[in-house]
Design a binder for this molecule. Structure first.
Ligand code: ZN
Length: 398
């Protein structure tokens, strides 16, 4: 009958050769880190790793636990022993048991790594957004492994999100957060169901009333200025994070958007641009600068570092100011973060306002830092354009 005992051995280098010695245990059953029993004596071998030693039939097998802690290795040993003994019993009962694939990775473990990687890059907000989306996905679908994810799982996920009152835009965003995580796990997401369509050709913009109430209610001078700047220059969230006083040229009344090697922030050629500042915005910037002596960090810093929490702050301020719409999925959820307030919407509003002012497409494209005209054209909303309405009225229709 098969032997189901599994030993924990330490693979160590002695006299320039790799050898196996039994791991040493303390009286309480814990593995003594790095200690091996050599000729009956406990010897500490810092360099080396643990392996499992067991029989498969009559064949002696070793399984490397390289990179796993002493306690983790002991857990692996107990698990292996349990598996072998279950397999033995199953064989007796003529039942076939399929052992788990050691290469099969748990999604929750992978998610921890995914989030840790993002935090390691300083992308706190992205880490948080992705974690929230993936946690929700795992809770809704109840799946544990990437290979359980099918098209049907995604269809169920989209249905449930819609049922929970999420807007189409949110479903889209969460869906792409989850899919980027799955790609990180090495999963091909190409064949998976896409979320319900929403019209990307119509960017959401703030109404003049929205903006008036925002600027009226946000009393924090730095945040108030940030939102005015996002609206008045259309710069991206990333670009605003690294903005410094040197980027503002008071002579030419422009704001220069360019790469910041010291922050490891890069813009592409067509994204580099000088943006005209309105007299009002320039005056506000200079007034703020006069009251807040410049430190070494960016203008809109968070303790001297680029602020990675701009979106969260906007959502919080909008909530505190009672600016939530009250009907979206975000407003109804516990966190009550209104979906109608987000940073990119300032940029969309800027672009729309430029186009409605009569500026030509090419100029607006350049000001937006768009690589192609199609991106800029998405902001043309002829049906809602008052000027178009006025023109229609001047036409003699017979
Ligand atoms: Zn809302």
């Amino acid at each position: 009958m098969a032997n189901t005992k599994v030993g924990l051995v330490r693979r160590v280098k002695t006299d320039a050769r790799w050898k196996y010695y039994p791991a040493a245990y303390a009286a309480n059953g814990r593995v003594k880190p790095g200690v091996a029993i050599v000729a009956g004596i406990e010897v500490k071998h810092k360099i080396g790793h643990y392996e499992l030693r067991y029989y498969e039939g009559s064949k002696l097998r070793f399984e490397s636990l390289s990179g796993i802690s002493p306690a983790g290795s002991e857990n692996m040993r107990k698990k292996k022993e349990a598996q072998l003994s279950v397999a033995k019993e199953a064989k007796k009962a003529d039942v076939q048991i399929v052992p788990p694939d050691p290469k099969r990775k748990k999604l929750t473990d992978q998610l921890d790594m995914f989030v840790a990687d993002a935090l390691g890059r300083g992308a706190e907000e992205a880490a948080e957004v992705n974690k929230r989306a993936c946690d929700e996905f795992l809770a809704i679908t109840g799946k544990e492994y990437a290979d359980e994810i099918t098209d049907e799982v995604f269809k169920q996920y989209h249905r449930e999100m819609t049922k929970r009152g999420r807007s189409k835009r949110t479903v889209h965003n969460r869906d792409s957060n989850v899919k980027s995580f799955l790609r990180y796990c090495g999963f091909d997401t190409k064949g998976l169901s896409k979320p319900p369509k929403y019209d990307r050709t119509m960017p959401e913009i703030y109404s003049d009333d929205d903006l008036a109430s925002l600027f009226r209610s946000i009393t924090d001078p730095k945040q108030n200025l940030l939102y005015r700047l996002l609206l008045g220059t259309g710069i991206r969230e990333q670009e605003s994070m690294y903005l410094e006083w040197d980027d503002i040229d008071t002579q030419s009344k422009t704001l220069r958007v360019h790469s910041k090697p010291k922050w490891d922030f890069r813009v592409k050629d067509f994204e580099e641009r000088a943006l005209p500042l309105s007299d009002d915005l320039l005056a506000r910037l200079l007034a703020f600068k006069a009251k807040h002596p410049a430190g070494k960090g960016p203008i809109f810093d968070r303790s001297g570092q680029p602020d990675g929490h701009m979106l969260r702050t906007l959502k919080r301020l909008a909530r505190e100011a009672g600016l939530g719409c009250g009907v979206c999925g975000g407003c109804k959820a516990d966190r009550s973060e209104c979906e109608r307030w987000f940073l990119h919407k300032f940029r969309a509003t800027y672009c729309t306002k430029l186009l409605r002012s009569g500026l030509d497409l090419r100029t607006v494209q350049q000001m937006m830092g768009h690589s192609d005209l199609t991106s800029t054209m998405r902001y043309l909303r002829p049906a809602e354009n008052e000027q178009t309405q006025a023109r229609i009225n001047t036409i003699n229709w017979g």
